[in-house]
Ligand binder design. Structure first.
Ligand code: NAD
Length: 476
Protein backbone atom coordinates (compact mmCIF):
# COMPACT_ATOMS: atom_id res chain seq x y z
CA UNK A 1 0.00 0.00 0.00
CA UNK A 2 1.26 3.47 -0.88
CA UNK A 3 1.64 5.80 2.12
CA UNK A 4 -0.65 8.80 2.56
CA UNK A 5 2.33 11.20 2.62
CA UNK A 6 3.27 10.13 -0.91
CA UNK A 7 3.09 13.10 -3.31
CA UNK A 8 0.56 12.98 -6.17
CA UNK A 9 1.80 11.82 -9.59
CA UNK A 10 1.96 15.42 -10.86
CA UNK A 11 3.84 16.56 -7.73
CA UNK A 12 6.20 13.63 -8.15
CA UNK A 13 6.98 14.65 -11.75
CA UNK A 14 7.45 18.26 -10.61
CA UNK A 15 9.84 17.18 -7.85
CA UNK A 16 11.95 15.25 -10.33
CA UNK A 17 11.87 18.21 -12.74
CA UNK A 18 12.90 20.58 -9.92
CA UNK A 19 15.82 18.36 -8.94
CA UNK A 20 17.15 18.60 -12.49
CA UNK A 21 16.32 22.21 -13.27
CA UNK A 22 18.24 23.33 -10.17
CA UNK A 23 21.39 22.32 -12.05
CA UNK A 24 20.64 24.37 -15.17
CA UNK A 25 21.03 28.03 -14.21
CA UNK A 26 18.03 28.95 -16.38
CA UNK A 27 16.20 32.14 -15.36
CA UNK A 28 13.32 31.43 -12.92
CA UNK A 29 10.71 32.88 -15.29
CA UNK A 30 11.70 30.48 -18.07
CA UNK A 31 11.86 27.57 -15.62
CA UNK A 32 8.29 28.28 -14.52
CA UNK A 33 7.14 28.51 -18.15
CA UNK A 34 8.66 25.12 -18.92
CA UNK A 35 7.32 23.48 -15.74
CA UNK A 36 3.65 24.52 -15.84
CA UNK A 37 0.97 22.79 -17.82
CA UNK A 38 -0.42 25.28 -20.38
CA UNK A 39 -4.04 24.14 -20.40
CA UNK A 40 -6.32 21.29 -19.46
CA UNK A 41 -9.72 20.90 -21.02
CA UNK A 42 -12.30 18.91 -19.09
CA UNK A 43 -15.36 17.62 -20.86
CA UNK A 44 -18.45 15.88 -19.53
CA UNK A 45 -20.66 14.35 -22.17
CA UNK A 46 -23.64 12.07 -22.21
CA UNK A 47 -24.13 8.95 -24.34
CA UNK A 48 -27.41 7.05 -24.54
CA UNK A 49 -26.56 3.45 -23.72
CA UNK A 50 -28.59 0.52 -22.43
CA UNK A 51 -31.73 2.66 -22.37
CA UNK A 52 -30.25 5.38 -20.18
CA UNK A 53 -28.01 8.44 -20.53
CA UNK A 54 -24.52 7.84 -19.12
CA UNK A 55 -22.25 10.81 -18.40
CA UNK A 56 -18.51 10.41 -18.94
CA UNK A 57 -15.66 12.72 -17.89
CA UNK A 58 -12.67 13.18 -20.17
CA UNK A 59 -9.58 15.36 -20.30
CA UNK A 60 -7.08 16.63 -22.83
CA UNK A 61 -4.14 18.42 -21.35
CA UNK A 62 -1.56 20.45 -23.29
CA UNK A 63 1.63 20.84 -21.32
CA UNK A 64 3.86 22.67 -23.78
CA UNK A 65 3.40 24.13 -27.25
CA UNK A 66 7.05 25.02 -27.83
CA UNK A 67 6.56 22.77 -30.86
CA UNK A 68 3.32 21.92 -32.60
CA UNK A 69 1.49 19.69 -33.02
CA UNK A 70 1.49 18.52 -29.45
CA UNK A 71 1.45 14.77 -28.95
CA UNK A 72 0.39 12.26 -26.33
CA UNK A 73 -1.77 9.21 -25.78
CA UNK A 74 -5.36 8.82 -24.68
CA UNK A 75 -5.87 6.61 -21.65
CA UNK A 76 -9.06 4.79 -20.69
CA UNK A 77 -9.14 3.86 -17.00
CA UNK A 78 -11.25 4.55 -13.92
CA UNK A 79 -8.21 6.15 -12.26
CA UNK A 80 -7.98 8.91 -14.89
CA UNK A 81 -8.10 12.40 -13.38
CA UNK A 82 -6.75 15.87 -14.11
CA UNK A 83 -3.68 15.42 -11.94
CA UNK A 84 -2.68 12.21 -13.75
CA UNK A 85 -3.31 13.60 -17.23
CA UNK A 86 -1.23 16.71 -16.48
CA UNK A 87 1.66 14.65 -15.12
CA UNK A 88 1.58 12.45 -18.23
CA UNK A 89 1.41 15.50 -20.52
CA UNK A 90 4.51 16.97 -18.86
CA UNK A 91 6.37 13.68 -19.35
CA UNK A 92 5.39 13.79 -23.03
CA UNK A 93 7.03 17.22 -23.44
CA UNK A 94 10.32 15.95 -22.03
CA UNK A 95 10.11 12.60 -23.82
CA UNK A 96 9.58 14.20 -27.24
CA UNK A 97 12.48 16.58 -26.63
CA UNK A 98 14.78 13.76 -25.52
CA UNK A 99 14.19 11.57 -28.57
CA UNK A 100 13.92 14.53 -30.94
CA UNK A 101 10.39 14.03 -32.19
CA UNK A 102 9.23 17.52 -33.19
CA UNK A 103 6.24 17.75 -30.87
CA UNK A 104 5.07 19.52 -27.74
CA UNK A 105 3.60 17.45 -24.91
CA UNK A 106 -0.04 16.53 -24.41
CA UNK A 107 -2.13 13.71 -22.91
CA UNK A 108 -5.75 12.72 -22.71
CA UNK A 109 -7.88 10.44 -20.67
CA UNK A 110 -11.40 9.19 -20.25
CA UNK A 111 -12.56 8.03 -16.87
CA UNK A 112 -14.14 4.63 -17.52
CA UNK A 113 -13.39 0.91 -17.34
CA UNK A 114 -13.34 -0.29 -20.97
CA UNK A 115 -14.05 -3.85 -19.83
CA UNK A 116 -17.52 -2.82 -18.66
CA UNK A 117 -18.74 -1.88 -22.13
CA UNK A 118 -19.48 -3.81 -25.32
CA UNK A 119 -17.52 -3.01 -28.47
CA UNK A 120 -20.36 -1.06 -30.12
CA UNK A 121 -20.82 0.93 -26.90
CA UNK A 122 -17.10 1.72 -26.75
CA UNK A 123 -17.35 2.95 -30.32
CA UNK A 124 -20.21 5.32 -29.46
CA UNK A 125 -18.36 6.64 -26.40
CA UNK A 126 -15.06 7.05 -28.27
CA UNK A 127 -16.64 8.82 -31.24
CA UNK A 128 -18.46 11.22 -28.94
CA UNK A 129 -15.25 11.96 -26.98
CA UNK A 130 -13.36 12.45 -30.26
CA UNK A 131 -16.09 14.82 -31.48
CA UNK A 132 -15.79 16.92 -28.30
CA UNK A 133 -11.99 17.14 -28.68
CA UNK A 134 -11.89 17.64 -32.45
CA UNK A 135 -14.34 20.54 -32.44
CA UNK A 136 -11.91 22.39 -30.14
CA UNK A 137 -8.86 21.44 -32.23
CA UNK A 138 -7.67 19.14 -29.46
CA UNK A 139 -7.53 16.51 -32.18
CA UNK A 140 -6.00 17.98 -35.33
CA UNK A 141 -3.10 16.89 -37.59
CA UNK A 142 -1.29 20.20 -37.19
CA UNK A 143 -2.20 20.99 -33.59
CA UNK A 144 -2.83 17.98 -31.41
CA UNK A 145 -2.24 14.35 -32.36
CA UNK A 146 -3.31 11.65 -29.85
CA UNK A 147 -2.10 8.03 -29.75
CA UNK A 148 -2.89 4.88 -27.76
CA UNK A 149 -2.13 4.51 -24.07
CA UNK A 150 -3.41 2.26 -21.29
CA UNK A 151 -6.85 0.88 -22.17
CA UNK A 152 -6.79 2.05 -25.79
CA UNK A 153 -5.28 0.62 -28.95
CA UNK A 154 -5.63 0.44 -32.73
CA UNK A 155 -9.40 0.01 -32.57
CA UNK A 156 -9.99 3.27 -30.69
CA UNK A 157 -7.48 5.16 -32.88
CA UNK A 158 -9.32 4.01 -36.05
CA UNK A 159 -12.62 5.30 -34.64
CA UNK A 160 -11.03 8.62 -33.68
CA UNK A 161 -9.46 9.06 -37.15
CA UNK A 162 -12.74 8.23 -38.83
CA UNK A 163 -14.66 10.63 -36.59
CA UNK A 164 -12.20 13.44 -37.34
CA UNK A 165 -12.45 12.79 -41.09
CA UNK A 166 -16.26 12.81 -40.97
CA UNK A 167 -16.03 16.26 -39.39
CA UNK A 168 -13.30 17.51 -41.79
CA UNK A 169 -14.17 15.91 -45.09
CA UNK A 170 -11.81 18.06 -47.20
CA UNK A 171 -8.75 17.80 -44.97
CA UNK A 172 -6.36 15.80 -47.15
CA UNK A 173 -4.11 15.19 -44.12
CA UNK A 174 -6.99 14.02 -41.94
CA UNK A 175 -5.44 10.62 -41.22
CA UNK A 176 -2.52 12.33 -39.49
CA UNK A 177 -4.90 13.51 -36.74
CA UNK A 178 -4.06 10.46 -34.62
CA UNK A 179 -1.38 7.75 -34.61
CA UNK A 180 -1.43 4.11 -33.61
CA UNK A 181 -4.07 3.33 -36.24
CA UNK A 182 -4.37 -0.12 -37.83
CA UNK A 183 -2.42 -0.53 -41.09
CA UNK A 184 -5.57 -0.54 -43.19
CA UNK A 185 -6.63 2.80 -41.70
CA UNK A 186 -3.37 4.65 -42.31
CA UNK A 187 -1.22 3.08 -39.60
CA UNK A 188 2.41 2.05 -39.90
CA UNK A 189 4.07 -1.34 -39.62
CA UNK A 190 5.66 -1.80 -36.20
CA UNK A 191 3.58 0.73 -34.21
CA UNK A 192 1.82 -1.84 -32.02
CA UNK A 193 5.12 -3.37 -30.91
CA UNK A 194 6.98 -0.03 -30.83
CA UNK A 195 7.02 0.81 -27.13
CA UNK A 196 8.00 -2.71 -26.05
CA UNK A 197 10.51 -2.89 -28.90
CA UNK A 198 11.95 0.42 -27.69
CA UNK A 199 12.38 -1.05 -24.19
CA UNK A 200 14.35 -3.92 -25.74
CA UNK A 201 16.54 -1.55 -27.78
CA UNK A 202 17.11 0.60 -24.67
CA UNK A 203 18.34 -2.43 -22.72
CA UNK A 204 20.51 -3.57 -25.63
CA UNK A 205 22.13 -0.12 -25.68
CA UNK A 206 22.58 -0.08 -21.90
CA UNK A 207 24.44 -3.41 -22.07
CA UNK A 208 26.77 -2.00 -24.75
CA UNK A 209 28.23 0.29 -22.05
CA UNK A 210 30.29 -1.82 -19.65
CA UNK A 211 30.67 1.03 -17.13
CA UNK A 212 26.91 1.45 -16.90
CA UNK A 213 26.37 -2.29 -16.51
CA UNK A 214 29.01 -2.32 -13.75
CA UNK A 215 27.35 0.67 -12.06
CA UNK A 216 24.25 -1.50 -11.69
CA UNK A 217 26.38 -4.24 -10.13
CA UNK A 218 25.76 -6.48 -13.13
CA UNK A 219 28.16 -7.96 -15.62
CA UNK A 220 28.17 -9.61 -19.01
CA UNK A 221 25.52 -9.31 -21.66
CA UNK A 222 21.76 -9.02 -21.71
CA UNK A 223 21.72 -12.70 -22.63
CA UNK A 224 20.45 -14.85 -19.74
CA UNK A 225 19.43 -11.99 -17.43
CA UNK A 226 16.50 -12.68 -15.08
CA UNK A 227 13.62 -10.31 -15.69
CA UNK A 228 10.42 -9.47 -13.78
CA UNK A 229 7.63 -7.77 -15.74
CA UNK A 230 4.61 -6.00 -14.27
CA UNK A 231 1.68 -5.64 -16.68
CA UNK A 232 1.41 -7.95 -19.69
CA UNK A 233 -0.44 -5.41 -21.84
CA UNK A 234 0.80 -3.81 -25.02
CA UNK A 235 4.12 -2.55 -23.65
CA UNK A 236 4.91 -5.32 -21.15
CA UNK A 237 4.01 -8.16 -23.52
CA UNK A 238 6.16 -6.94 -26.40
CA UNK A 239 9.11 -6.05 -24.17
CA UNK A 240 9.00 -9.45 -22.45
CA UNK A 241 8.49 -11.38 -25.68
CA UNK A 242 11.36 -9.73 -27.57
CA UNK A 243 13.73 -9.99 -24.62
CA UNK A 244 12.94 -13.70 -24.19
CA UNK A 245 12.86 -14.66 -27.89
CA UNK A 246 15.70 -12.52 -29.24
CA UNK A 247 17.99 -11.75 -26.28
CA UNK A 248 17.63 -15.02 -24.37
CA UNK A 249 16.46 -13.29 -21.21
CA UNK A 250 14.57 -15.35 -18.65
CA UNK A 251 11.19 -13.89 -17.72
CA UNK A 252 11.04 -15.25 -14.17
CA UNK A 253 7.90 -13.42 -13.01
CA UNK A 254 4.87 -11.71 -14.52
CA UNK A 255 2.60 -9.53 -12.39
CA UNK A 256 -0.96 -8.76 -13.46
CA UNK A 257 -4.06 -7.21 -11.88
CA UNK A 258 -5.11 -10.42 -10.10
CA UNK A 259 -1.69 -11.47 -8.81
CA UNK A 260 1.60 -12.73 -10.14
CA UNK A 261 3.25 -15.91 -11.33
CA UNK A 262 6.83 -16.95 -10.89
CA UNK A 263 9.03 -19.59 -12.50
CA UNK A 264 12.80 -19.41 -12.12
CA UNK A 265 13.29 -21.54 -15.27
CA UNK A 266 11.58 -18.81 -17.29
CA UNK A 267 7.95 -18.27 -18.30
CA UNK A 268 6.65 -18.69 -21.86
CA UNK A 269 5.35 -15.16 -22.52
CA UNK A 270 2.91 -16.09 -25.30
CA UNK A 271 1.54 -18.98 -23.27
CA UNK A 272 0.91 -16.66 -20.29
CA UNK A 273 -0.72 -14.09 -22.55
CA UNK A 274 -3.02 -16.75 -24.03
CA UNK A 275 -3.91 -17.89 -20.52
CA UNK A 276 -4.79 -14.34 -19.45
CA UNK A 277 -6.93 -13.89 -22.59
CA UNK A 278 -8.81 -17.09 -21.86
CA UNK A 279 -9.11 -16.80 -18.06
CA UNK A 280 -9.04 -13.07 -17.37
CA UNK A 281 -5.89 -13.19 -15.24
CA UNK A 282 -2.79 -15.18 -14.30
CA UNK A 283 -4.45 -17.09 -11.48
CA UNK A 284 -4.47 -20.84 -12.15
CA UNK A 285 -1.68 -20.68 -14.74
CA UNK A 286 -0.19 -24.17 -14.59
CA UNK A 287 3.50 -23.49 -15.33
CA UNK A 288 4.36 -21.08 -12.52
CA UNK A 289 3.80 -20.47 -8.80
CA UNK A 290 0.88 -18.13 -8.20
CA UNK A 291 1.18 -15.27 -5.69
CA UNK A 292 -2.12 -13.50 -4.98
CA UNK A 293 -0.37 -10.32 -3.79
CA UNK A 294 1.27 -9.55 -7.13
CA UNK A 295 3.07 -6.45 -5.82
CA UNK A 296 5.12 -8.73 -3.53
CA UNK A 297 6.90 -10.02 -6.64
CA UNK A 298 8.34 -6.53 -7.19
CA UNK A 299 10.54 -7.37 -4.21
CA UNK A 300 11.87 -10.68 -5.60
CA UNK A 301 15.47 -11.05 -6.66
CA UNK A 302 16.12 -10.49 -10.36
CA UNK A 303 18.56 -8.68 -12.65
CA UNK A 304 16.10 -6.40 -14.44
CA UNK A 305 12.71 -5.14 -13.33
CA UNK A 306 10.26 -3.85 -15.95
CA UNK A 307 7.25 -2.09 -14.45
CA UNK A 308 4.95 -1.81 -17.50
CA UNK A 309 1.50 -1.25 -16.02
CA UNK A 310 0.79 1.98 -14.18
CA UNK A 311 2.28 4.77 -12.09
CA UNK A 312 3.31 4.79 -8.46
CA UNK A 313 3.86 1.04 -8.02
CA UNK A 314 7.27 1.47 -6.40
CA UNK A 315 6.67 3.88 -3.53
CA UNK A 316 7.90 4.92 -0.10
CA UNK A 317 6.60 1.72 1.51
CA UNK A 318 8.19 -0.89 -0.73
CA UNK A 319 11.21 0.85 -2.35
CA UNK A 320 13.68 -0.22 0.32
CA UNK A 321 12.77 -3.89 -0.27
CA UNK A 322 13.09 -3.78 -4.08
CA UNK A 323 16.15 -5.88 -4.92
CA UNK A 324 16.42 -5.36 -8.68
CA UNK A 325 19.74 -3.62 -9.43
CA UNK A 326 18.37 -2.30 -12.74
CA UNK A 327 14.85 -0.95 -13.27
CA UNK A 328 13.64 0.16 -16.68
CA UNK A 329 10.50 2.29 -16.45
CA UNK A 330 8.40 0.97 -19.33
CA UNK A 331 5.29 2.51 -17.73
CA UNK A 332 5.05 6.23 -17.10
CA UNK A 333 5.89 7.23 -13.54
CA UNK A 334 6.08 3.76 -11.93
CA UNK A 335 8.52 5.06 -9.29
CA UNK A 336 7.41 7.93 -7.04
CA UNK A 337 9.83 10.77 -6.25
CA UNK A 338 10.34 9.47 -2.70
CA UNK A 339 11.00 5.92 -3.88
CA UNK A 340 13.37 7.26 -6.50
CA UNK A 341 15.50 8.79 -3.76
CA UNK A 342 15.54 5.57 -1.71
CA UNK A 343 16.55 3.52 -4.74
CA UNK A 344 19.25 5.98 -5.79
CA UNK A 345 20.78 5.82 -2.32
CA UNK A 346 20.85 2.03 -2.60
CA UNK A 347 22.66 2.31 -5.93
CA UNK A 348 19.81 1.00 -8.09
CA UNK A 349 20.17 2.13 -11.68
CA UNK A 350 16.90 3.45 -13.13
CA UNK A 351 16.44 3.88 -16.87
CA UNK A 352 13.81 6.63 -16.76
CA UNK A 353 10.36 6.50 -18.34
CA UNK A 354 10.81 9.53 -20.57
CA UNK A 355 13.52 7.59 -22.39
CA UNK A 356 12.54 3.96 -21.78
CA UNK A 357 9.05 4.10 -23.25
CA UNK A 358 9.77 6.67 -25.98
CA UNK A 359 9.56 3.97 -28.67
CA UNK A 360 5.83 4.60 -28.93
CA UNK A 361 6.05 8.28 -29.73
CA UNK A 362 9.04 7.70 -32.00
CA UNK A 363 7.11 5.33 -34.25
CA UNK A 364 4.04 7.56 -33.93
CA UNK A 365 6.22 10.30 -35.40
CA UNK A 366 7.06 8.01 -38.33
CA UNK A 367 3.36 7.27 -38.80
CA UNK A 368 2.46 10.98 -38.77
CA UNK A 369 5.16 11.68 -41.38
CA UNK A 370 3.88 8.75 -43.47
CA UNK A 371 0.33 10.14 -43.32
CA UNK A 372 1.48 13.60 -44.34
CA UNK A 373 3.59 12.26 -47.21
CA UNK A 374 0.83 9.85 -48.30
CA UNK A 375 3.25 7.06 -49.16
CA UNK A 376 4.49 3.93 -47.42
CA UNK A 377 8.13 4.01 -46.32
CA UNK A 378 10.34 1.96 -48.65
CA UNK A 379 7.88 1.94 -51.56
CA UNK A 380 10.16 3.91 -53.88
CA UNK A 381 13.56 2.45 -52.95
CA UNK A 382 13.08 -1.20 -52.03
CA UNK A 383 13.29 -2.86 -55.46
CA UNK A 384 15.92 -0.43 -56.67
CA UNK A 385 18.05 -1.32 -53.65
CA UNK A 386 17.55 -5.02 -54.39
CA UNK A 387 18.53 -4.53 -58.05
CA UNK A 388 21.79 -2.79 -57.05
CA UNK A 389 22.58 -5.57 -54.58
CA UNK A 390 21.87 -8.15 -57.29
CA UNK A 391 24.39 -6.42 -59.55
CA UNK A 392 27.07 -6.70 -56.91
CA UNK A 393 26.29 -10.35 -56.12
CA UNK A 394 26.36 -11.28 -59.83
CA UNK A 395 29.64 -9.45 -60.32
CA UNK A 396 31.31 -11.05 -57.30
CA UNK A 397 30.22 -14.51 -58.42
CA UNK A 398 31.52 -13.77 -61.93
CA UNK A 399 34.90 -12.65 -60.54
CA UNK A 400 35.12 -15.76 -58.37
CA UNK A 401 34.36 -17.93 -61.39
CA UNK A 402 36.97 -16.10 -63.45
CA UNK A 403 39.54 -16.59 -60.67
CA UNK A 404 38.77 -20.30 -60.74
CA UNK A 405 37.43 -20.34 -57.18
CA UNK A 406 35.02 -23.14 -56.40
CA UNK A 407 33.44 -21.15 -53.55
CA UNK A 408 30.58 -18.77 -54.29
CA UNK A 409 28.65 -16.41 -52.00
CA UNK A 410 26.48 -18.62 -49.81
CA UNK A 411 22.76 -18.90 -50.53
CA UNK A 412 21.77 -17.62 -47.08
CA UNK A 413 24.09 -14.58 -47.32
CA UNK A 414 22.81 -13.85 -50.83
CA UNK A 415 19.18 -14.01 -49.75
CA UNK A 416 19.73 -11.74 -46.75
CA UNK A 417 21.87 -9.29 -48.71
CA UNK A 418 19.43 -9.11 -51.59
CA UNK A 419 16.29 -8.34 -49.65
CA UNK A 420 15.59 -4.60 -49.62
CA UNK A 421 14.15 -2.92 -46.55
CA UNK A 422 10.36 -2.75 -46.32
CA UNK A 423 8.43 -0.48 -43.99
CA UNK A 424 8.82 -2.69 -40.91
CA UNK A 425 12.60 -2.96 -41.31
CA UNK A 426 12.89 0.80 -41.82
CA UNK A 427 10.70 1.56 -38.79
CA UNK A 428 12.74 -0.77 -36.58
CA UNK A 429 15.96 0.72 -37.89
CA UNK A 430 14.75 4.28 -37.21
CA UNK A 431 13.59 3.26 -33.74
CA UNK A 432 16.86 1.50 -32.90
CA UNK A 433 18.84 4.52 -34.07
CA UNK A 434 16.67 6.83 -31.96
CA UNK A 435 16.98 4.70 -28.81
CA UNK A 436 20.75 4.35 -29.19
CA UNK A 437 21.27 8.05 -29.90
CA UNK A 438 19.08 9.27 -27.02
CA UNK A 439 20.77 6.91 -24.55
CA UNK A 440 24.21 8.09 -25.61
CA UNK A 441 23.22 11.75 -25.22
CA UNK A 442 21.73 11.06 -21.81
CA UNK A 443 24.65 9.00 -20.50
CA UNK A 444 27.15 11.56 -21.75
CA UNK A 445 25.56 14.08 -19.35
CA UNK A 446 25.39 11.47 -16.56
CA UNK A 447 29.02 10.44 -16.99
CA UNK A 448 30.56 13.83 -17.65
CA UNK A 449 29.05 15.92 -14.84
CA UNK A 450 29.89 15.36 -11.16
CA UNK A 451 26.64 17.01 -10.08
CA UNK A 452 24.49 14.58 -12.11
CA UNK A 453 23.80 11.50 -10.01
CA UNK A 454 21.53 9.51 -12.24
CA UNK A 455 20.10 8.94 -15.70
CA UNK A 456 16.78 10.58 -14.83
CA UNK A 457 18.35 13.94 -14.04
CA UNK A 458 20.54 13.57 -17.12
CA UNK A 459 17.44 12.94 -19.26
CA UNK A 460 15.68 15.96 -17.80
CA UNK A 461 18.74 18.15 -18.40
CA UNK A 462 18.89 17.20 -22.07
CA UNK A 463 15.14 17.76 -22.52
CA UNK A 464 14.87 20.96 -20.51
CA UNK A 465 17.81 22.42 -22.46
CA UNK A 466 16.12 21.65 -25.76
CA UNK A 467 12.72 23.02 -24.69
CA UNK A 468 14.42 26.16 -23.36
CA UNK A 469 16.24 26.60 -26.69
CA UNK A 470 12.91 26.33 -28.52
CA UNK A 471 11.26 28.95 -26.32
CA UNK A 472 14.26 31.26 -26.70
CA UNK A 473 14.26 30.82 -30.48
CA UNK A 474 10.58 31.74 -30.59
CA UNK A 475 11.45 34.99 -28.84
CA UNK A 476 9.26 34.29 -25.81
P1 NAD B 1 -2.33 -1.78 -21.61
O1 NAD B 1 -3.68 -1.38 -21.17
O2 NAD B 1 -2.15 -2.43 -22.93
O3 NAD B 1 -1.66 -2.76 -20.54
C1 NAD B 1 -1.60 -2.50 -19.17
C2 NAD B 1 -1.46 -3.85 -18.48
O4 NAD B 1 -1.24 -3.65 -17.08
C3 NAD B 1 -2.72 -4.71 -18.62
O5 NAD B 1 -2.33 -6.03 -18.96
C4 NAD B 1 -3.35 -4.63 -17.24
O6 NAD B 1 -4.11 -5.78 -16.93
C5 NAD B 1 -2.12 -4.50 -16.36
N1 NAD B 1 -2.40 -3.89 -15.06
C6 NAD B 1 -3.28 -2.92 -14.77
N2 NAD B 1 -3.26 -2.65 -13.44
C7 NAD B 1 -2.33 -3.47 -12.91
C8 NAD B 1 -1.84 -3.67 -11.60
N3 NAD B 1 -2.31 -2.97 -10.58
N4 NAD B 1 -0.87 -4.60 -11.42
C9 NAD B 1 -0.39 -5.31 -12.45
N5 NAD B 1 -0.82 -5.17 -13.71
C10 NAD B 1 -1.78 -4.26 -13.94
O7 NAD B 1 -1.43 -0.46 -21.47
P2 NAD B 1 -0.07 -0.14 -22.19
O8 NAD B 1 -0.38 0.61 -23.42
O9 NAD B 1 0.77 -1.37 -22.24
O10 NAD B 1 0.54 0.93 -21.16
C11 NAD B 1 1.25 0.51 -20.00
C12 NAD B 1 2.09 1.68 -19.50
O11 NAD B 1 2.98 2.08 -20.55
C13 NAD B 1 1.33 2.94 -19.10
O12 NAD B 1 2.01 3.57 -18.04
C14 NAD B 1 1.42 3.80 -20.34
O13 NAD B 1 1.27 5.19 -20.05
C15 NAD B 1 2.82 3.47 -20.80
N6 NAD B 1 3.06 3.75 -22.21
C16 NAD B 1 2.35 3.16 -23.20
C17 NAD B 1 2.64 3.43 -24.54
C18 NAD B 1 1.93 2.74 -25.68
O14 NAD B 1 2.38 2.92 -26.82
N7 NAD B 1 0.89 1.97 -25.46
C19 NAD B 1 3.65 4.34 -24.85
C20 NAD B 1 4.38 4.94 -23.82
C21 NAD B 1 4.08 4.63 -22.51
Amino acid sequence: MARSDEPSFRDSVNMMFNRAVALTGLPPGLVEKIRVCNATYTVRFGVRLRGDIHTFTGYRSVHSEHMEPVKGGIRYATSVNQNEVEALAALMTFKCALVETPFGGSKGGLCLDPREWEEHEMEQITRRFAYELAKRDLINPSQNVPAPDMGTGEREMAWIADQYMRMNTTDINGRACVTGKPLNAGGIAGRVEATGRGVQYALQEFFRHKDDVAAAGLDGKLDGKRVIVQGLGNVGYHAAKFLADEDSCKIIAIIERDGGICNYDGLDVDDVRDWIAAHGGVSGYPHGDYVSDGAALLEYECDIMIPAALEGVIHLSNAARVKAPLIIEAANGPITAGADEILRKKGTIIIPDMYANAGGVTVSYFEWVKNLSHIRFGRMQRRQEEARHQLLVDELNRVMDAAGLSEHLSESFTQRYLSGAGELELVRSGLDDTMRGAYQTMREVWRSRDDVEDLRVAAYLVSIGRVADSYRAKGL
